[in-house]
Design a protein around this ligand. Structure first.
Ligand code: F6R
Length: 364
């Protein structure tokens, strides 16, 4: 059932090119995006004044990414909320608010409760869900399915990647309908999206380099992930992937926050994974990297293929292929998933079933 792979997590990582394609293609009609299941007219899309993205764990992390993409492309204010917080904090849900609940299982108790709360308060609720016919899929006003197929490993990989795709498609659709991007620009973004499956495949095939590197860190005590902008969102996911399966303490920080406390934790040899895929933030990131390096950190950088400059300040560099600045999380996540996976394997952990965790959290 693992199809020749050692673990479900490994199999599911390798299924990502297909999962991304299967989630993308049904919504592409030539150089346009059609999301019939959204059930919204262009007029309704133009009437949205605010979006809440509500989810837990990794699904929440895709919401953090989506905030940057929605706000950047469609210029709609987005709030991202943990479902366990949203449901109890009496959120301000005014007219014109669209609530998007993101969930692989469609059964997460807090996410389902948040959905019910939003509906009771009169909001339109869109579910981005992987499991067909699940509670969230049934109760949402509309459902956009991610077509990742069954995900068995507790740590999400392919469902995460397809959630990002669903969110990019929505952001582009909204941006186009609201006149923020024209036909030609939309066609360009679509071409970039279509590059992702083969680029993900390339990164997966380069696993050896990461495996070798990961083996050096199986005894690590703490690992820090840093990034700015959309790279902060991927740092959150990279950190969770590592800690949940390898039990190594890790934290993600917006790189500019380091000097507000975290930097005191950096010691000789502490691993800092720095993600820098946003050209306009390269310089700022490099100075953050130099700051931690001066305190003894060992720096793993994940950056775009053309940013060789980074080799001056990083100790080890993983390059991702060039794509649109809004879609780089889909690529940067691959080496981070592989890193978590190989560290956990190196330590002899049960990667598919980490201690204390359940695949679907149906109690709060
Ligand atoms: C992490 C992970 C969890 C889930 C979270 C939400 O690898 O899998 O953080 O993302 O429990 O689950 P769903 O998406 O089923 O609502």
């Amino acid at each position: 059932e693992k199809g020749g792979y050692e673990h479900f997590m490994q199999k599911e990582m390798y299924e990502q090119p297909k999962a991304v394609t299967d989630t993308l293609n049904p919504r592409l009609k030539g150089s346009r995006i059609e999301i019939e299941e959204l059930g919204m007219t262009d007029e309704e899309i133009r009437a949205v004044r605010k979006i809440f993205i509500v989810a837990c764990g990794s699904a929440y992390h895709t919401g953090v990414t989506a905030k940057y993409v929605f706000e950047g492309l469609a210029r709609i204010p987005v709030e991202v909320d943990l479902a366990s917080e949203f449901r109890y904090r009496d959120p301000i849900l005014e007219e014109g608010t669209l609530v998007i609940i993101v969930s692989q299982s469609g059964e997460t108790a807090d996410s389902l409760a948040a959905l019910r709360e939003a509906k009771a308060r009169g909001c339109r609720v869109l579910g981005i869900v992987n499991v067909v016919g699940s509670s969230i899929a049934r109760e949402a006003d509309n459902v956009m399915y991610t077509w990742a197929g069954p995900e068995i490993a507790v740590a999400t990989t392919k469902a995460y990647s397809t959630q990002l795709i669903a969110e990019y498609l929505l952001a582009l659709k909204f941006a186009h309908v609201r006149g923020r991007i024209n036909d030609e620009e939309l066609a360009g973004y679509i071409r970039d999206l279509q590059l992702l499956p083969q680029q993900i495949e390339m990164l997966l095939n380069n696993k050896e380099k990461i495996q070798k590197f990961a083996n050096r860190y199986i005894a690590a005590k703490d690992v820090f992930f840093i990034g700015r902008g959309i790279d902060y969102a991927i740092s959150l996911e990279g950190s969770l992937k590592l800690k949940e399966i390898s039990y190594i303490h890790s934290e993600a920080y917006a790189a500019g926050e380091l000097k507000h406390g975290t930097i005191s934790l950096i010691e000789e040899g502490t691993l800092v994974a720095a993600v820098l895929t946003q050209e306009d933030l390269y310089k700022k990131m490099i100075s953050n990297m130099v700051e931690v390096k001066t305190r003894g950190a060992f720096i793993l950088a994940v950056t775009n293929a053309d940013n060789v400059e980074v080799e001056k300040s990083a100790d080890y560099v993983i390059y991702i292929p060039k794509n649109n600045k809004y879609f780089t999380n889909s690529l940067a996540v691959i080496p981070l998933q592989l890193f978590g996976y190989y560290v956990a394997i190196g330590k002899g952990c049960d990667v598919d079933k980490p201690r204390n965790l359940a695949k679907s959290v149906t109690v709060e």
